[in-house]
Design a protein around this ligand. Structure first.
Ligand code: ADP
Ligand code: MG
Length: 247
């Protein structure tokens, strides 16, 4: 079997907040085309891990390599340009804009100031907006103000805003929190579809959902790796049951 290519290599990653290590000497390797789910109790350092990868928080030590680019010293916007997209726990959409406009403003502008100024509503943008809207179940809602969407639809819209940038590594923090059962099932379908051709890291608590999407599961506890492997292996791991699944 051919060796899978690495998309992301996190090594020795550490961040201390006033001496408290929220992420502590962590190693994590994600393959290209892999959908990895990260689980663990509250305060385990899951969100902080994503903050470190996307450059929102600076590492105290260690490295984050995305396809051989070192990310730990890059500013956030450069990390986005390198192909890393991240969705936060709470949706950050533009409530007053329509669904169309929310997607449109997320289309990556030219790489220069000149590119940004000459940006127009080109057919390329319009096509991508429609393609993404269809993926996220919002093709009938393009002209609606985003504030009128349900909580679940807002979460999908934010995923769509990331898709507009066609990231090679997509990171989602608790995408199904607060969703109905039907919305969770549709989100699992959505993630399985958009994971094709890119790598994803998804943080989630809902184990049924995790089972529906995960290629492999990483369990964090107190900033450290507690266990890693298939969903079955992780669920059967006594350490994982003790600190997480047993509660
Ligand atoms: P999780 O997402 O797994 O629930 P977090 O990554 O949000 O956990 O938090 C891990 C720990 O780091 C928590 O104890 C949290 O209080 C702490 N923490 C996170 N960000 C900061 C910060 N900017 N300053 C100080 N402490 C922080
Ligand atoms: Mg969190």
């Amino acid at each position: 079997m051919a060796k899978a290519e690495l998309a992301l290599a996190v090594e020795g990653l550490t961040v201390s907040f006033d001496g408290f290590k929220a992420v502590d000497d962590l190693n994590l390797y994600v393959d290209q085309n892999e959908l990895r789910v990260v689980i663990g109790p509250n305060g385990a350092g899951k969100t902080t891990l994503l903050d470190l990868i996307c450059g929102r928080t600076r590492a105290s030590a260690g490295s984050v390599k995305f396809k051989d680019k070192e990310l730990t010293r890059m500013p956030e916007h450069q990390i986005v340009r390198a192909g890393v997209g991240r969705k936060f726990q709470t949706p950050s959409i533009y409530e007053n804009l329509t669904v169309f406009e929310n997607l449109e403003v997320s289309f990556p502008r030219g790489r220069t100031v000149f590119g940004a100024m000459t940006f127009r509503r080109s057919s390329e943008v319009i096509e991508r907006v429609h393609r993404v809207a269809e993926e996220i179940y919002l093709e009938d809602r393009l002209e609606n103000a985003a504030e009128l969407l349900s909580h679940g639809q807002k979460q999908w819209l934010e995923i769509g805003m990331l898709l507009m940038q066609e990231p090679e590594l997509m990171m989602l923090d608790e995408p199904v929190a607060g969703m109905s059962v039907t919305e969770r099932q549709k989100t699992a379908e959505l993630l399985n579809r958009i994971a094709v051709g890119r790598s994803m890291i998804v943080i989630e608590h809902d184990m049924e959902f995790v089972e529906n999407i995960a290629h492999k599961v990483t369990v964090l506890h107190q900033g450290k790796l507690l266990a890693e492997g298939s969903m079955e292996a992780v669920q059967a791991n006594p350490k994982v049951i003790e600190v997480y699944l047993g509660h």
